[in-house]
Design a protein around this ligand. Structure first.
Ligand code: 3H9
Length: 662
């Protein structure tokens, strides 16, 4: 019997020994699980009546990986690979019964088993790279042996889980079982008996060769070059390639020993610590501390979106993607038609890129109804207003909604800046108003700022957060204040970037410094892409701008010269009319320089990349600190989640507040 049978248990099913892991919520491989597995394996192997062993899990998923919460302390034996190698060397066939998501150490456990079966819908993957790590429990040496080099490079360096069904041909999954979850274990036991009856025995992966070709070196080099760009600045992807190369060159145990050493170095690195922080920060962001468990989220079965512009149509797609019927409302049929065309086009692009199939496109389009009549919103559970960014427009819409919607309907606004309480003040049910601030492109960006107004009720808040999870967003609850958290910080970051231009830096210099630092894009490339006029108009609507003649002066200059960004062929940069290629523009640079002299801004001799990076990141940190002091952000880690998921802050730096703490 294992020392802790409630976590890992062993049962006889005639000639089959069933080892079951029960470690909620995701069956992570904690020290107790590793110990339990080892003890159960010993028992199963020594029982002469047992001829094959099944490893299964209780709960909602097969093992989702090593226990990440243990990574900050020194590892405690038994070590994961030692347990898995025990499976590899077992004298009786061992079969993994996969379901849910078999990830990281969970998938490595499966790879160490001699056979793998999965229930329909199971996903498997090695996402360690997203934590700045590498698969260190045998994965880097097992997967190349079973699935080959190309698949290993893809799965380990990109870290994206795959459907088990798609890995049958590669020989990774031996059988897909299509059954009710309640009958699954029984079916796996039947499969194991079938193996025994057909004389199939152990299949230790450690003894398998890696299929090599003359092209292997070129393939490895190609991936090294691709990841140097795609995962710029990150250590783990390159180290994973070194481990895969070892799998080709070295005996199994030597390759594994190198992988283990490299894993320990990665685990101790600032990159992995930052990425692990991001993992837990994302999970705590939607936790609503101080809200009683008695508060139940409302059911949301039907949604409406007001406004079929770029943002409104993308928000409608978020609901259609999650199979939630959505009604799109516009002022006239032409605007509705344009919105629907836009949606159809975006889905078609996803089909063309192989992200979804034609049936998905049709199902999603069928989820979307359109109307020009507010009376059609009478039975809607939640409305998201995504109209023009003007208080007057928004209040008029909310007054209409107040008249037609059922009393319990939740009314959300997608405003990026405006005061939620002023919007709610025109309603008979202000407690049902909440901000749902989506980020563009809304159908792809994971972040959703859930803005709590003074009157927003706990029930409304809980419903909004639950709905966010259903549509696959990372919800961060923030307080009500101009620009909320993300955009307010972006304004500080942008202001500092603009000041640097006045002091003599060029847009290209600032952008390069920031993208070298790890930002997805530099601030001026972003500005040109989204349109410089948007911020210009927002500044004119904002009552409390700083009394500073330099405040966003370069941006205002560009707009005044009709240089609105990519859409007008010129902004901070100019764009080649044929290729759309971005180029530095001496006209823009000169115009800004002349203005700086007029404003009396001293010019710097030279501006280093480090200086630019420090100025911009410090601006973020200072604003973040003020937001925490004012209670608009609840936790420093929430700010990190917002910047990682909404503004392209490098994940391997953990977010601005984590970075500041280091
Ligand atoms: C690894 O395996 C290294 C090895 O190669 C080598 C080692 C030597 N550990 O996400 P959810 C918690 S590295 C500890 O909200 P979902 C999570 O914090 C690992 N805890 O659920 C949350 O806790 P709480 C490689 C974990 O249904 C709760 O479980 N594996 C772990 O939306 C629910 O999580 C990965 O990177 C863990 N491994 O998604 C997979 N995983 O309730 C990481 C989760 O207190 N996990 N928790 O907030 C996932 O991707 C998702 O959790 C999963 C479920 C898809 C499984």
């Amino acid at each position: 019997m294992p020392a802790n049978p409630s976590i890992v248990s062993f049962q006889h099913h005639q000639s089959i020994g069933l080892i079951t892991i029960n470690n909620p919520p995701v069956n992570a491989l904690s020290q107790a699980v590793r110990q339990g597995l080892l003890e159960c394996l010993q028992e199963a192997e020594s029982e002469h009546t047992i001829q094959a062993i099944v490893i299964a899990c209780q709960g909602r998923t097969f093992v989702a990986g090593a226990d990440i919460t243990e990574f900050d302390a020194a590892p405690k034996p038994p070590f994961l690979f030692d347990v898995f190698y025990r499976i590899d060397q077992c004298s009786k066939p061992v079969i993994a019964a996969l379901f849910g998501t078999a990830l990281g150490g969970g998938f490595e456990l499966a790879l160490a088993c001699h056979y793998r079966v999965a229930i329909t819908g199971t996903k498997v993957g090695l996402p360690e790279v997203t934590l700045g790590l590498l698969p260190a429990a045998g994965g880097t040496q097992c997967l190349p042996r079973i699935g080959g080099l190309a698949l290993s490079l893809d799965m380990m360096t990109l870290g994206k889980p795959r459907l088990a069904l798609s890995l049958v041909e590669e020989g990774i999954i031996d059988r897909i079982i299509d059954t009710e979850p309640s009958a699954y274990t029984e079916r796996v036991i039947e499969y194991s008996k079938e193996l025994l009856n057909t004389g199939q025995g152990v299949r230790p992966v450690s003894a398998m060769p890696v299929n090599t070709t003359d092209d292997d070196k070129a393939l490895l080099d190609q991936w090294r070059a691709k990841l140097a760009k795609k995962a710029k600045g990150q250590t783990a992807p390159q180290v994973i390639i070194d481990c895969i190369e070892d799998a080709i060159k070295l005996p199994f145990l030597d390759g594994q020993s190198n992988a283990r050493e490299r894993f320990l170095a990665c685990k101790a690195s600032s990159q992995s610590r930052a990425m692990r922080h991001a993992f837990f920060a994302e999970r705590s962001a939607s936790k609503l501390e101080g809200l009683s468990d008695d508060i139940i989220a409302g059911e949301v079965n039907r949604v409406a979106v007001i406004g079929a512009g770029t943002m409104g149509s993308a928000i409608a797609m978020c609901f259609a993607n999650a199979n939630i019927p959505v009604t799109l409302l516009e002022l006239n049929k032409e605007a509705l038609e344009a919105g629907l065309n836009r949606i159809n086009q975006r889905y078609q692009q996803s089909v063309d890129r192989g992200r979804i199939n034609a049936a998905d496109l049709n199902r999603r389009m069928a989820c979307i109804k359109t109307t020009c009549d507010y009376n059609d919103l009478a039975d809607i559970d939640l409305v998201v207003e995504a109209a023009f960014e003007s208080m007057e427009v928004k209040q008029t819409i909310f007054q209409q909604l107040d008249k037609v919607c059922k009393p319990e309907a939740i009314l959300a606004t997608n405003t990026s800046y405006l005061d939620i309480d002023t919007i709610a003040s025109v309603l008979s049910c202000p407690e049902q108003v909440v901000g749902l601030h989506f980020f563009s492109p809304a159908e792809r960006m994971k972040l959703l700022e859930v803005v709590r107004g003074n009157t927003t009720s706990p029930h409304t808040l809980k419903t909004a957060v639950e709905l966010a999870k259903r549509i696959g967003k990372i919800a961060v609850v923030v307080g009500n204040g101009y620009g909320f958290v993300g955009n307010r910080m972006y304004a500080s970051y942008g202001r500092e970037a603009q000041n640097l231009l006045l002091e003599g830096a060029t847009p290209a210099q600032v952008d390069k410094a920031m993208s070298d630092w790890g930002m997805a894009m530099g601030p001026f490339a972003v500005n040109d892409l989204s349109g410089i006029d948007i911020g210009y108009k927002a500044r004119r609507e904002h009552p409390g701008l700083p009394d500073d003649p330099c405040y966003f002066r370069p941006a205002d200059l560009m707009v005044e010269a009709g240089r609105l960004g990519q859409k007008t062929g010129a902004g901070f940069y100019r764009y080649d009319p044929q290729t759309g290629q971005r180029e530095s523009d001496p006209i823009a640079i000169e115009r800004i320089r002349a203005e700086a002299i007029k404003l009396g801004v001293p010019q710097r001799e030279s501006i280093s990349a480090e200086h630019i990076q420090q100025r911009l990141v410090t601006a973020l940190i200072n604003e973040g600190r003020a937001l925490l002091q004012q209670g608009i952000a609840r936790r420093a880690s929430d700010i990190d989640v917002i910047w990682l998921n909404g503004y392209g802050f490098p994940r391997f730096r953990g977010g601005p507040m984590w970075w500041a703490d280091q």
